[in-house]
Ligand binder design. Structure first.
Ligand code: 9UX
Length: 69
């Protein structure tokens, strides 16, 4: 089952941040699409909920140096 979750992210200030976050989250098994927006302080993530979960995605964002809310 593919689900779309939009996660609030603070700390992205330039396009490089979006690329960093997208690179990290896209490496998670089960993530099929990720689009980060520094401007809107969010990341939209489509993932297969049988393979990963929102908690794993949030953890990856935090490990990349950003804050989730
Ligand atoms: Mo831009 Mo972000 O120089 O982690 S890449 S602020």
């Amino acid at each position: 089952d593919i689900v779309l979750k939009t996660i609030g992210v603070n700390g992205m200030t330039c396009m490089g941040c979006e690329v960093t976050l997208e690179g990290a989250v896209s490496k998670i098994e089960g993530v099929v699409k990720v689009k980060a927006s520094a401007k809107n302080n969010q990341a939209a993530v489509e993932f297969d909920k049988t393979k990963t979960d929102e908690e794993s995605i949030r953890k990856s964002i935090i490990e990349s140096g950003y804050e989730v809310n």
